[in-house]
Design a binder for this molecule. Structure first.
Ligand SMILES: [Zn+2]
Length: 528
């Protein structure tokens, strides 16, 4: 058994100390009690800071890892570049029948309406399907539409939208579940080996960002074998909890499936893996006009968005999965979506026997003022993706025109909720946005873009202090994970640690994201 001693500035989450000793994956001693210990290894922190490792309260590791293996369209800034990359990748992979990639920037063309014919210019004889970075939209070529049987006669699905040309034919852009699934359901499943490789890629990305725990916020039971296999092979570099996605059309059948999958993960997933959560989508996204709103969208006065569940059905399903012992994790973005999610949780809490639940509402973009204090009252964790709280083109081009100035100026009420006493955790929604916690922390603290816009911060009263932002990305996520031994560093805590090159509390707020992650330890083992 080796003992590692850390010396320097250590932020435990309950004050600072100068020495920390780790043995057998746990914190052995802190402060002066650690000084006299015989260490096998000493880590001098220099001018840096050691703190509990970051966790990601909402992300998609498998999707993120898989992006690595298809055409590299992420970050490309023109349609021509994307099409060229798809062509290059297709030529290099002549045996891949389907060309599947992610994730392109949907703001590159007006209204995010991408034409199948642009992709046909690169690949016409094989199906191509690309996901937009919101993962609520796909862009595909004509061959993919043909294989999916999508024609001018295909009716609009209940939850989703086929964008059409004036002559009625499908343009090549499909929005939300049932439309995307018309094509995605045709894509052959990937072999387990490939999925394990994707988790390996995700693991190195997380480790290098200082993360040791992730809530995978969208798992279908067929993804479970990849996680179990990665854990078995020692290819999993992070702890993960899997959240199974409840489907409004077949959630009653899913109850038994999820219980079986949870048991399999518990039996075979090893110490890093659990599957204790069920994920619900209350609504879509504001930029797509699908988030559920209490009042109509400004640009579509007839529409209040696209709730995924009728409220009563969501409440019934949440109560049922809660009764099955699952944790509840609800995607809610519009103010009606958030209210419906809170109502469903409140109903489950009052119907089912009392227990420690820690339910999560993820994203929390727009909250009606009447609902703000319900988070604290019901003990609902508000999981924010802090990187989103900036005045970027997604806001200025897509979201603000849809919701109007009054609602726009109430988005991501992080400080309000922290001050209300609500539990708050952070996440990235990677690969929707960057998985780097320090980037999110910078935005949470400044509410400015990386270019510094606006100078005083967007809704500056919603800025967090550096400590509050660090807490949300460390102890806040550990609370969400029910990992009470990772919320602060004390004797007996799990030795999940991150070593930063500088102390964020003394760095210029606009430079926070430049702090380097020098090291990451998972249960005392260095992963980065
Ligand atoms: Zn997500």
């Amino acid at each position: 058994m080796t003992t590692t001693l850390f010396r320097g500035v250590i932020r435990t989450g309950a004050g600072d100390t100068h020495t920390l000793a780790v043995r057998d994956g746990r914190v052995l001693a802190l402060g002066t009690a650690a000084l006299g210990l015989d260490a096998d290894e000493v880590v001098e922190l220099g001018g840096g800071l050691l703190l509990p490792a970051f966790g990601d309260g909402h992300a998609h590791p498998l999707f993120g890892g898989l992006e690595h293996f298809g055409p590299q369209v992420k970050g490309l800034t023109t349609v021509a570049e994307i099409v060229a990359e798809v062509g290059r990748w297709a030529a290099e992979h002549p045996d891949e029948e389907w060309i599947v990639g992610a994730s392109y920037d949907p703001t590159l063309v007006p209204d995010g309406e991408f034409d199948a014919r642009w992709l046909d210019g690169a690949v016409a004889d094989r199906p191509v399907v690309l996901r937009a970075y919101d993962y609520h939209t796909v862009w595909c070529n004509t061959e993919a539409l043909r294989r999916a049987g999508v024609t001018a006669e295909t009716p609009q699905p209940r939850l989703g939208w086929i964008v059409r040309r004036p002559d009625g034919s499908a343009l090549g852009t499909l929005r939300e579940w049932h439309a995307c699934d018309l094509v995605l359901d045709r894509v052959p499943g990937r072999p387990v080996d490939e999925l394990v490789d994707a988790l390996r890629v995700a693991g190195s990305a997380y480790a290098s960002a200082g993360l040791t725990w992730v809530q995978d916020a969208w798992v279908e039971p067929e993804m479970v074998p990849a996680y179990v296999e990665a854990a078995r092979r020692g290819a999993l570099l992070f702890r993960a909890d899997l959240a199974f996605r409840a489907d409004p059309d077949r959630w009653r059948d899913q109850r038994a499936e999820f219980v079986t999958a949870r048991a399999r993960v518990a039996a075979e997933g090893g110490p890093l893996l659990s599957a204790r959560t069920v994920k619900f989508f209350a609504d879509g996204v504001i930029e797509g006009g699908t988030a559920a709103m209490l009042a109509p969208y400004c640009d579509a006065p007839h529409s209040c968005g696209m709730p995924v569940w009728p409220p009563a059905a969501l409440a019934e399903a949440v109560a049922a999965f809660d009764a099955d012992g699952f944790r509840v994790h609800i995607h809610a973005i519009g103010d009606a979506g958030v209210r419906t999610a809170l109502d469903a949780i409140e109903a489950a809490v009052s119907t089912n026997p009392a227990r420690d639940r820690r339910p999560v509402i993820a994203h929390v973009q727009l909250v009606d003022p009447a609902d703000l204090d319900r988070f604290a009252r019901l003990g609902v964790i508000a999981n924010f993706e802090p990187l989103w709280a900036q005045l970027d083109p997604l806001q200025t081009e897509l979201s603000i025109p849809r919701v109007g100035a009054e609602r726009a100026d109430r988005q991501y009420p992080m400080r309000t909720l922290v001050d209300s006493g609500a539990p708050v955790s952070f996440g990235s929604d990677w690969p929707v946005s960057s998985h780097q916690p320090l980037e999110g922390i910078q935005v949470a603290v400044t509410r400015r873009t990386f270019e510094g816009v606006p100078v005083d911060g967007w809704m500056p009263h919603e800025r967090l202090t550096v400590d509050q932002a660090l807490d949300a990305y460390t102890g806040g996520v550990a609370y969400q994970a029910f990992a009470d031994d990772r919320r602060v560093l004390e004797v007996g805590s799990a030795a999940d640690l991150v070593w930063l090159s500088a102390d964020p509390r003394v760095v210029d707020a606009m430079e926070l994201r430049r702090i380097v992650v020098e090291g990451t330890w998972l249960a005392g083992t260095r992963t980065h």
